[in-house]
Write a protein that binds this ligand. Sequence first.
Ligand SMILES: Cc1cc2nc3c(=O)[nH]c(=O)nc-3n(C[C@H](O)[C@H](O)[C@H](O)COP(=O)(O)OP(=O)(O)OC[C@H]3O[C@@H](n4cnc5c(N)ncnc54)[C@H](O)[C@@H]3O)c2cc1C
Length: 450
Amino acid sequence: MRPTLAVVGAGAKAVAVAAKAAELNHMGVDVPEVVAVERTGVAANWQAEGGWTDGQHRLGTSPEKDVGFPYRSSFPVLRAGAQAPGRNAELDDRMTRHSWQSYLIATGQFAEWIDRGRPAPTHRRWSQYLRWVATNCEMNVISGEVTRIAVDTEADAPRWALHTSEKAVLADGLMITGPGQPERSILPGNPRVLSIAQFWHRAARNELSAERVAVIGGGETAASMLNELFRHRVSTITVISPGVTLFTRGEGFFENMLFSDPTGWTALTLEERRDALARTDRGVFSARVQEALLSDDRIRHLRGRVAHAVARDSRIRLTLSTNQGGENLETAHGFDLVIDGSGADALWFVPLLGQDALDLLELGLGGPLTGESLQEFIGDDLALTDITPKLFLPGLSGLTQGPGFPNLSCLGLLSDRILGSDLVANRGLSERPSGRANASTPEIAHRAAG
Ligand SMILES: Cc1cc2nc3c(=O)[nH]c(=O)nc-3n(C[C@H](O)[C@H](O)[C@H](O)COP(=O)(O)OP(=O)(O)OC[C@H]3O[C@@H](n4cnc5c(N)ncnc54)[C@H](O)[C@@H]3O)c2cc1C
């Protein structure tokens, strides 16, 4: 029986891994059975239903950075196998069937896309592409929201048990994806403080109008919301982020290369890597968004971290703390509407971990589970080192493995690393004798308990 790799969320990463697993399976390579557990629908976070976007805003990275990018497979078994020459090239060739351009060709949109100058697709179109790939590779998706992650010790080796309200899915390896939940808010329940999901909901109903608006966060999520806010009746927009200013991503060849090709990343010191991430990734707006920001005089930037928020006199008072010359300075500011766009939280899954799962991880980490400790423990396969069963955390792997792994920059490489990992000791990956296809199991009912 093939080991199972469960993925929380059927988003871009799950689709990329499922597509590559399907192609490797056709090539006769034993790879894990990939099962995604999804609370809404495939690629939901790229549509309005996921709460992170209204679907109309445009992808920041190029769509050619699709599920197979950078089409430079280096799959361990194919690299080492008897018929090694050409096998990775064959895999790349097979993956082009799932490319952005193949999608456009299959859906009759290719010529128009070229003639329009290769525009960045809307988030919605990107989700349609991901759904097309998922359908083509017969991706196995189980509907349900994962509410608890535990460790199952009934079999010989421990496995992950993913609990939804209806069932438990058992798996030999687990990959966590996505930015977390868009319903977070610094002042839940207050109508003047909106979560990301509430913002998009109100924007769709044209219910965003206020004098002084604050947007907390300086990342891609906040950027999409700023792009939308311009169209509504607001007098001033203050972007609050800890950075000295709102930086622009350079998007030149050398920066892009860091994301597409992590070769050499591990040779940098941790300090150099943190510096590179700060310049290119965290709290940095794309050039396109910056261009729009510059031309609108309603927008201001305020440096600081929001320490707390209170409702007072029909306004929201935010207390910002700023480090100035080594001293912590607190300042208060009033707004009519606050949008909490602090966005993606790579540790969003931690509250789902049961005590047994927490104990297992803390034992492996040799101390308390923190963002820092998790990041530093991520190995070449994007999983925590020396922890069984395997826990793949691509969202936290930027620091040790390369800045492209948490996002869409090298989904093909990400799939190689994850599928090339040995999920079950003594049941390592191998090439099957030719001609014996491994039929993909459509449902994992035999492995689903409860
Ligand atoms: C508005 C916005 C724009 C972005 N633009 C870019 C861009 O242009 N380029 C780029 O590289 N990155 C971009 N990002 C970052 C982006 O999040 C990642 O690059 C990419 O989506 C990660 O893919 P993923 O598979 O990890 O997650 P996603 O594609 O977000 O998928 C996560 C899935 O998990 C599901 N889910 C969540 N919780 C649960 C649960 N408890 N149980 C079951 N299912 C669950 C969700 O419904 C969702 O379908 C953007 C992010 C946002 C929010």
